[in-house]
Design a binder for this molecule. Structure first.
Ligand SMILES: Cc1cc2nc3c(=O)[nH]c(=O)nc-3n(C[C@H](O)[C@H](O)[C@H](O)COP(=O)(O)OP(=O)(O)OC[C@H]3O[C@@H](n4cnc5c(N)ncnc54)[C@H](O)[C@@H]3O)c2cc1C
Length: 384
């Protein structure tokens, strides 16, 4: 049995801590400082696709996840402006929306049920590798000795800096997401249909889906277009979307991260997970799902390792497998964003192509993403 530290109390860090504990190791989770809500989830929602569900299943969370999420039965791609449906893709299951709060609660409850996890709501600041282990120094000056570290601190933490010299992901890009959660009671009933809706416009797009009793809406657009009355200009003219232009609705602005994977996922006793290893714009709704897949993959490698006192084989197998799989997904998220952001005649051509290609085209684009780790479905789940 090894002593594993995990840094980062986001989705990837909590899921990785759970995977380590379920594989029988002692885990200490540095969940980050709570001052200013740093470790608290953003409001709003997440869509989790079949690969994320397979990871939740492997982590032993599928039943609990089903009870705190909303299953979505189709993806509808529509033209923003003309209102026509370009693609209707029915979903066979394993696709759902979660509030971020619900996902955090799901993982926190699972961590609390494990006896071999210590949680410390503090940041780590320094990582010193020795031949026989790692010493982590936390922001309050404590030193913790462990056999390995899973660094899941998002884009710019010390774990990522320790492992790779690549610069942190760029989120200063031109495009921003305006996010709102609106009580479904205040909206026409069609907004409650259990579908993920993508409206493609010229240089901007809108995503909405039901999230428990609310509608989660994300409008992606160039940052320079956010000025007073943008809701009316963008949403108010569309017969279906116009209720979302209500000036009473409050919107939160989030800069979108660029697409980036690290060249190297592991340095000695430290491996990366989640956004620390792969940052991507949210156009395929895969960032958090990939963090869950990282954790499930790591859990599988830890389970399979013959020598439970050495993390070396598991860390190297995990890093190799995930580095090979994630690059393509990050690239597809980036390309999807470019296609969604087309404007003028190129946007009209895009809509024609999507309409002709229909569900088959979309399915073939998504199949590789959703089945990126085929082993997840079939891997035996080890109970704690
Ligand atoms: C608008 C938008 C919509 C999205 N929609 C989806 C979606 O539908 N589906 C999906 O799968 N993904 C989606 N994503 C992506 C998803 O939100 C992220 O990929 C995911 O939350 C990243 O989780 P993480 O745990 O890797 O990192 P983070 O959430 O960044 O967590 C990192 C944690 O580390 C802590 N930390 C930082 N420094 C330290 C330190 N030194 N020591 C200890 N802890 C530290 C932080 O406090 C934080 O708690 C979306 C993103 C955006 C912006």
């Amino acid at each position: 049995m090894a002593r594993i530290a995990v840094s980062g109390g986001g989705i990837a860090g909590m899921a990785a801590a759970l995977a380590g504990a379920k594989a029988g190791h002692d885990v200490v989770l540095f969940s980050g400082e709570t001052n200013g809500g740093a470790a608290a989830p953003l409001p709003g929602g997440l869509q989790i696709a079949p690969n994320g569900w397979a990871a939740l299943t492997q982590l032993g969370l599928s039943d609990a996840a089903a009870s705190c999420s909303t299953q979505l039965n189709s993806i509808l791609v529509r033209s923003l402006g003309r209102g026509t449906t370009l693609i209707h893709l029915p979903l066979a299951g394993g696709y759902a929306s979660f509030s971020r709060q619900a996902m955090y609660r799901l993982l926190r409850d699972a961590l609390e049920a494990e006896t071999n996890i210590d949680q410390i709501a503090i940041n780590i600041e320094h990582i010193n590798q020795q031949t026989d282990g790692l010493t982590l120094v936390s922001s309050d000056g404590q030193s913790v000795f462990c056999d390995g570290l899973i660094a899941a601190e998002g884009g710019s933490g010390p774990g990522r800096r320790h492992v790779t010299s690549s610069s942190p992901p760029d989120s200063s890009g031109r495009r921003v997401a305006m996010r709102a959660q609106i009580n479904l009671e205040h909206l026409p009933s069609h907004f409650a249909r259990p579908a993920s809706n993508l409206w493609l416009g010229s240089g901007r797009h809108v995503v909405h889906y039901p999230l428990e009793t609310t509608l989660n809406v994300v409008v992606t657009m160039p940052g320079e277009e956010i000025s007073s009355g943008w809701q009316q200009r963008l949403l108010g003219r569309d017969a279906v979307l116009s209720p979302l232009a209500d000036p009473q609705i409050s919107w939160a602005k989030t800069s979108l991260p660029g697409a980036a994977t690290v060249a190297c996922w592991r340095r000695g006793r430290v491996v990366l997970a989640g956004d620390a290893a792969h940052s991507m714009p949210p156009h395929l709704a895969q960032g958090a799902g990939q963090g869950l897949v990282d954790a499930a993959c790591l859990g599988r490698w830890l389970d399979q390792s013959d020598d439970s006192s050495s993390l070396n084989p598991a860390f190297s197998g995990y890093a190799r497998e995930r580095a090979a799989a994630v690059g393509r997904i990050v690239q597809k998220a980036d390309v999807s964003g470019r296609v969604m952001g087309l404007s003028g005649p190129a946007a009209r051509l895009r809509d024609v192509v999507l309409n002709i290609g229909g569900p088959r085209l979309m399915q073939s684009w998504l199949a590789e993403v959703w089945a990126a780790d085929a082993t997840l479905d079939t891997a035996p789940h080890r109970q704690a």
